[in-house]
Design a protein around this ligand. Structure first.
Ligand code: ATP
Ligand code: F1X
Length: 304
């Protein structure tokens, strides 16, 4: 089974406005709410790719109920720990540019965290765990590492999509996939990366530190795959950018869904990029049809 872990889910409140008047009044055009959080997005795209998963994490209050109901409606399996505080609401402002304002997240009690850790005891060899996104501030800094220690000692594989120290600490546990975007890679090494060669050089450091596959996403400039099999570049398919929220999560889902079935890292990279771009070209996360259509348009070049 694939388990996605979203420690800090969100309602994504999508707010399109023609023009934002800072300090003034603007009216929304057609606002809507989506169940959000990176692992939850991964589960939704896995579903679109006919891959079963169970979404784990913490949800609470009326916002948490919205997420559970929405995922139920979408037929995405969940087994969340219900918490006392409300799940956060993240604002995604869309005008000529996209602006995101994310909540920090609720405080979790010791009992809630203990119930979650207990739940992970059922994870076993053959399972894959995908850990994605930020953690609520009340959890300790090394919480992701503790989770990784636990699930790998039980024999499971894992992929991780987070930033900074938590990403760095995960590498020695040999993640199947890490997917920093170019800005996260720059922040990790405190550098500015201008050329593909520079990006590849720093991506390779993640491979040397233990990652089995490294995908570096670069928005409309496509993505790089660095693996033992070699280094590959994919151009992003051309299209109208509608929504980049969840594009990175779609890439993670695309790669894992394809890799667990085929063990073919290059084919999985193509599915990953098609899934990312399909979401970028959609109002919500991508549908099966848009991913399939784009798959034929993703060109992958072997850079050796
Ligand atoms: N303008 C675009 N045109 C085509 N594809 C795009 C565009 N923007 C993003 N994508 C696709 O989505 C993938 C992921 O984009 P990006 O690098 O922005 O990820 P990210 O920063 O992790 O995303 P997020 O955190 O918003 O989910 C890209 O590799 C590409 O395939
Ligand atoms: O604050 P985090 O956990 O880093 O990111 C949360 C988030 O921005 O990521 C998803 C898109 O990738 C959204 O659904 C959600 O609002």
């Amino acid at each position: 089974m694939i388990y996605t872990i979203t420690l800090n889910p969100s309602i994504d409140y999508i707010v399109p406005v023609d023009k934002i008047e800072l300090g003034g009044l603007s009216y929304m055009k057609n606002d809507y709410k989506l169940p959000g959080g990176k692992g939850i997005n991964v589960s939704r795209i896995l579903k679109a790719l006919s891959t079963e998963s169970i979404a784990l994490g913490f949800v609470g209050g009326f916002t948490g109920k919205f997420i559970e109901d929405a995922l139920d409606e979408l037929d995405v399996r969940t087994n969340f720990i219900n918490i006392k505080e409300d799940t956060r609401i993240n604002i995604k402002l869309k005008s000529d540019q996209e602006t995101e304002i994310n909540g920090r997240g609720p405080a979790l009690s010791d009992e809630e965290v203990a119930a979650f850790l207990k739940q992970l005891e059922k994870i076993k060899e053959g399972d894959t765990v995908i850990l994605s996104g930020s953690k609520p501030p009340s959890l300790p800094e090394d919480f992701y590492e503790k989770l990784i220690q636990q699930v790998t000692s039980q024999g499971a594989e894992f992929a991780i999509d987070t930033t900074g120290a938590a990403l760095e600490a995960s590498l020695s546990y040999k993640p199947l996939l890490v997917k920093p975007n170019i800005h996260e890679l720059e922040a990790l090494f405190n550098v500015k990366l201008e050329t593909n060669e520079e990006v590849i050089a720093y991506g390779k450091k993640l491979l040397e530190k233990g990652a089995k596959h490294v995908i570096i996403s670069m928005g409309g400039d496509g993505a790089l795959l660095i693996s033992e099999r070699g280094t590959y570049k994919a151009e992003a398919p051309k299209g109208k950018l509608i929504n980049s929220v969840g594009a990175g999560d779609s890439m993670v889902a695309g790669f894992i869904s394809s890799y667990l079935k085929s063990k073919d890292s290059v084919q999985s990279f193509r599915t990953s990029v098609a899934s990312g771009s399909a979401t970028a070209f959609s109002e919500d996360l991508a549908s099966t049809e848009v991913i399939k259509d784009l798959l034929a348009h993703v060109q992958v070049e072997n850079l050796k």
